[in-house]
Structure formats: C-alpha cells, structure tokens
Ligand binder design. Sequence first.
Ligand code: BGP
Length: 481
Amino acid sequence: MNKIFPSDFLWGASTSAYQVEGAAYEDGKKASQQDIINKDSYEKFGFATAEIASDEYHHYKEDVALMKEMGFRCYRFSIAWSRVFPDGVGEVNEKGIQYYRDLIHELKENGIEPIVTLYHYDCPWALVEKYGGWLDRRIVKDFEYYARYVINEFKDDVKYWTTINEQSIIVQYWTQKCYIPEELLDGKHNQLRYQINHYMNLAHAIACNLVHELVPGGLVGAPLGYSCIYPLSSKADDVMAMQNAQALRNDYYTDIYFKGEYNKAAQIYLEKHGLAPVIEEGDMELIASGKSDFLALNYYASECACACPDDGTYKMRWSGVNRSGKKGDISGFETHPGFYQMCKNPKLDTTDWDWAIDPIGMEYMLRDLYNNYNKPLMITENGLGAYDTLTDDRKIHDDYRIDYLKKHIAAMGKAMEYGVEMIAYCPWSAVDLLSTSNGVKKRYGFIYVDRTDDDPKQCERIRKDSFYWYQKVIESNGEEL
Ligand code: BGP
C-alpha cells in the first residue's frame, strides 16, 4: 500500500465499559441495565455475566501497557454512567469518576489518545426502576446531567467524543440493549423502539452541543452500527427492497446526524404502520442544532435485502440472533412486508455466528457515506468474533483474525485512495471481552483474556499472534499488512 495513511492517523482498538470492566458493584458502582439483563445469562445460555467481564477495572494499567507495546495511538472506550452516578443523577461517585481519571491519565502518559463513548447500552438501573429508562422522555434531562458532568470533567484531556453507541442496533435488538418489561413484548408496542431512538436523538444532539460548548477544539460524532446493504438479485423489486432497507436501517440515523431530519421514506413507512415516534414541539430544532463533526462506524458485516410481498404471507419482525455459534442457526431476519426483507447473502462466507465477511463492503460503506455527507469518518468497531484456542505452550494462533483485519484495513485504504477522509481505525476489540449476545467464548481481542464462561479464573492477559501482527501494521503506519 502506498503511504495512504497520514502520519497522525489514529490506530487503536475499542471496548465498552460493561463488556470489559467488571467490578460491577465495586467502589460505589450500582447496577446498570446490562447487569440486570445479563444476570441470568449463565443459567439461560451458559454465557458469563457482566460482573467480572475482563476485569479491566483492576487490570487497566497492564492493558494500557500492552496497548502501548502494540503502538496504539488511541483507545476507544466507554464510561459507565452508573459508575459515575450510581443513581443516574444526584451525587457523583468520587471513586467511580476517579477510575476514569486514572485510566485517561494512564493513556495520556503513554501517548494514547482517548476516544470516549458516553453511552454504550448501560443505562443506570436506578433510572429503569424510576421511570423505565429510555422508555421515558425524562431520561433526556438525566442524560444531559450526566453528559455535562463527564464532558466538563475531561474537557482538557479528551478531544474526541462519541455519543450513543449504535442506535440502529438498539432499535433492532431492543431487549438485549435496553431493559424492556415483559408486558411490552406482545408485539403491540414496537413503536417504542422508535420512540427510544427519538429520545436518543435528542440526547445525541445535546451531547454534540455540550462538546462544542465545553471542550476547546473538541470533536463529536455518533458511533453508529452500520452495514451496507446489497440486493439479493438484480431483479428490480430486490433492488427496490435494498433502497427501502437502506432508508430504514441506515439513512434513518445518518440523516438525523447530518441533516437534522428523519429520512422521509422511512418516516412515511413508520407512520403508515403506527411505528413513528411522537415528536414534541422543539424536538426537531434541538436535533438540528446538534452538529456532528464526524461519523464513527461500527462495521462487521454487510447485509442483503430482497423483496417481500404484502400479501399476508409475511409478518413484520426484527432481526434474529444466532446464540449457538453454529453456522446457519440464526433465529430469523428482519421483515417489513411491502417494504423489504433481510436475507442471507449466498455469495459471502460468514462467521460461526452468521455475520457475512465482506471487506469490500467496508470500502463501499465508507465511500458511500463520504459521498453523501462529506464528513470525516472513523472506524470505532470492526472485527472477527471467533473461537480461539489457547495452546499448551500458551499461545493463540489467530491467523483467521489477522486475515479478516488485514483485508478490512486494505479496503479502508482503498476508500482513502478514492478521497475518503478517515481519522481512526479502532477494531473490536483491544482485549477479549464479554460479547453482547454470546458470552466470552466468542472472542475479538488482540489480547487474550484467560477466562471462560464457566470460570473467570485470574483473567490473565496473553498476547495473541494478531497482537504482534497489529504491532507491525501500526509501526509501518498501515503499509505492512
Ligand atoms: C457491536 C457492539 C459491541 C460489540 C460488537 C460485537 O454491536 O457495539 O458492544 O459487542 O457489536 O457484537 P457481539 O458482542 O454481539 O458479538
């Protein structure tokens, strides 16, 4: 590759608080909704809970040292709202905020730029108990209280801020990402998915404004779960279905971030089906006021859409999930009769969890988004969830992960050759951590965490082969893949 990456390009990796920190109830932290959602996941699925995760809370110095050894120039992580404000609002938890001061200090000391995510699925449980968390508009004010405190606290140390992780994925997998009471799951309440998203749009705009108000030279954007979408065939109705899916699954979010408005086709579809959010006076003005400086993208896989007739054969549904890690075991595809249905792309191989492996999709996505909105982009997640084997001599030969990352970095480089402005590449994940849907056996890290779903052991850190490979990539500024 030809010196395509600028010398200040930010190479690093990502994690999120509840998936990596552990110490779920330590030093004053109270439960987040993820502690509660995942409370029974061992009994139900054999997956670890979030209580210990990768224990980064106690290993952060070691982790930062390993990041430094890999040559990281940045680290994207999230702040746990319920560590800072155990009750969501009110008194700050001094020990909780101190943890992030220490982490950020450690990063800066080691020349690693922090990229902070304000919210990654982990609403304080106290707010869920009080009014249902994101189901209630009151959350927007409380989020503002939390965000203002955190942004102000770190205004001198953190330049890059990302707001709410993956609103698009929260809409699809709302019970995994938000605590939704049983009585709302009878299929009549799907409008709430979009209502939650609307409140998050308000919160996102507020966070953008706060960064611009409080952080000298601060830059802010949403970290969005994004997949480019292909039509299943070149038949006109499949291509139309692709456009519909693009409107509802992607443009519905990016138009908010960059145009300050809901995508028209998507909104009309939602209105027709009683799914559109209730918008109060002043909401759209607030949304439009929150200007994004960049878009952060979490890209793992491309998607595929096909035509779906509205003849009574199909029912509306949202994305299914593969819990078993056996290829083909996915529980279903998002379906909107008369608009589109998502389906498997027969031309692409998948991971064991049915995620299509598609580096070209990365180039396609980056070029498409840059064409449409003309804003710098960063990758805040990209990676291969896989079973890793720890050999007897305590090595992890993860050539499959190296292959995946290599091809995706090359694809990003191609997009840049065609003019796309990229700030950072932060694959998922720095260290192994708790998957949102598949326990700790599905691994993503450069750094192996020696624990299983059954036994947290000591969470010892071990460098994988991909660790040494990524070190070379960074050292050569992306030239040596
Ligand atoms: C993204 C989330 C991450 C992460 C990743 C991998 O959607 O932002 O939190 O977990 O996906 O997904 P999973 O954990 O389900 O394998």
